[in-house]
Design a protein around this ligand. Structure first.
Ligand code: AMP
Ligand code: GLY
Length: 425
């Protein structure tokens, strides 16, 4: 089969790497891809929001399945465009991708179906939001832009002054454009965060192994929010008892709620959970694989990923059992110093040859490209994800950090405390 992957990050590299191992797959395309993906797939220079060009390409090449990795095209309705052309595609339609595309929608859904989440109010006017903050909010409080904002639309405000500035930023200065015209003000929760990815075929859900992300740029969870600076899997805090509870109270009910709303969800649901003292609560939903969660989850997965994708598209996921190795994985992101703000690009990367043929250490490319001289150079904030497998989380962590020493570029930056929570388990 021929597969087209839409996206260009470390997540898409991990998906391509896993699909390349499937006996069902004989040709991989990726639009637009990156220098690492180009080693296993044919990269095509079409942007992820160019739906008509992507669909025309899929038709021309007789692509059997398109897999959409990124949130923007899903929320924008790429799946509907492909389906209208009779093309098979893995991912939710626009009316289901709204689970990620609108926080107000997802909060209302959870409230209506009794799915545990933080208490909240939704506002479409800055005056109303400010009046609420001045009279009723408890601090800290959480402001969330309704729409997609590159993971930066969540503001945790310690006091009224910060919250007022946050409303100005989101609703009045419109820092994220229309995404901030509606704002959710949410109760602040404390606890451990867990990312749980799942496959869904509209009716059936199959949950993958858990992971934990590290969203802040600096050690000790300091600095700005980023796309994610590293991950580990599994989360030792997400016990089988907690998983069973989430299955009954969060995972299954979410899939049933979407179906009941006439928005059957086919694709990946990513549950961002907070394990609070009062039990697990949903922090957010995403409608796609996590980045860099995918870089620790897929290396531990024993199933043929293509088989699972096809089962989702064909509505036969009930016949699939997922299998994950009884091991652990840690991914450390190598970023450009200065990310997520200002950083230099185009710097040569060396040392990756040592990973070729290595069965337990992998480098997933995020922001890389070949320059005119054909050299591998940095091309983004998050450059590479170095993943190591180990028998235990501790072993995987020390292997991942040792492997980061094998990779060189001038402004290489990483956190040194990815997986620190393991020591508290
Ligand atoms: P989100 O994009 O909704 O996952 O939010 C980004 C990050 O903000 C989360 O990973 C949490 O660390 C934090 N966060 C979001 N909502 C809350 C909340 N209600 N209470 C505490 N922290 C939150
Ligand atoms: N790593 C978090 C996300 O993909 O949204």
């Amino acid at each position: 089969m021929k597969v087209l992957i839409v996206g260009s990050g470390g997540r898409e590299h991990a998906i391509a790497w896993k699909l390349a191992q499937s006996p069902l797959v004989d040709k991989l395309y990726c639009a637009p891809g990156n220098a690492g993906i180009a080693q296993i797939a044919e990269c095509v220079p079409i942007g992820p929001m160019e739906f008509d060009r992507l669909a025309a390409f899929a038709k021309e090449k007789a692509v059997d399945l398109t897999v959409v990795g990124m949130d923007d095209p899903l929320v924008g309705g790429i799946v509907d465009v492909f389906e209208a052309e009779g093309l098979a595609v893995f991912g939710p339609r626009k009316n289901a991708a709204i689970l990620e595309g609108s926080k107000a929608f997802s909060k209302d859904l959870m409230k209506k179906y009794g799915i545990p989440t933080a208490g909240y109010e939704t506002f479409t006017s800055a005056e109303d939001a400010l009046a609420y903050l001045r009279t009723q909010a408890k601090f800290p409080t959480v402001l969330k832009a309704d729409g997609l904002a590159l993971g930066k639309g969540v503001l945790i405000c310690e006091d009224l002054l910060q919250a007022e500035a946050g409303i100005a930023e989101l609703m009045q200065e419109r820092r994220f454009g229309a995404a901030g015209d509606t704002v959710v003000i949410e109760e602040f929760m404390t606890g451990r965060e867990v990312s749980v990815l799942s496959f869904v075929d509209g009716k059936t859900i199959r949950v993958m192994t858990s992971a934990q992300d590290h969203k802040r740029a600096k050690d000790g969870d300091q600095g700005l929010n980023t796309g994610g600076m590293g991950t580990f899997s599994p989360s030792p805090f997400f016990t089988p008892e907690i998983e069973a509870w989430c299955q009954a109270h969060i995972f299954e009910p979410t899939v049933a709620a979407m179906a009941a709303e006439g928005r059957p969800f086919q694709g990946i649901i990513f549950f961002g959970l907070m394990l609070t003292a009062d039990g697990p609560r949903v922090l957010e939903y995403n409608a796609r694989f996590g980045d860099p969660e995918t870089q620790v989850v897929l290396p531990r997965m024993e199933n043929d990923l293509m088989e699972v994708f096809l089962a989702c598209v064909n509505g036969t996921l009930d016949q699939v059992e997922l299998k994950f190795a009884d091991n652990a994985a840690v991914c450390v992101v190598l970023a450009s110093d200065g990310y997520p703000e200002h950083y230099e690009k185009g710097l040569p990367i060396t040392g990756l040859e040592s990973f070729e043929g290595d069965p337990s250490h992998f480098v997933f490319h995020a922001g890389t490209k070949r320059n005119e001289a054909g050299e591998l150079v940095t091309n983004g904030g998050r450059v590479l994800g170095v993943t190591a497998l180990g028998a235990t989380l501790r072993e995987a962590r020390s292997e991942a950090y040792a492997a980061t020493e094998r990779v060189h570029f001038a402004n290489k930056y990483m956190r040194h405390d990815i997986g620190k929570a393991i020591d508290e388990a």
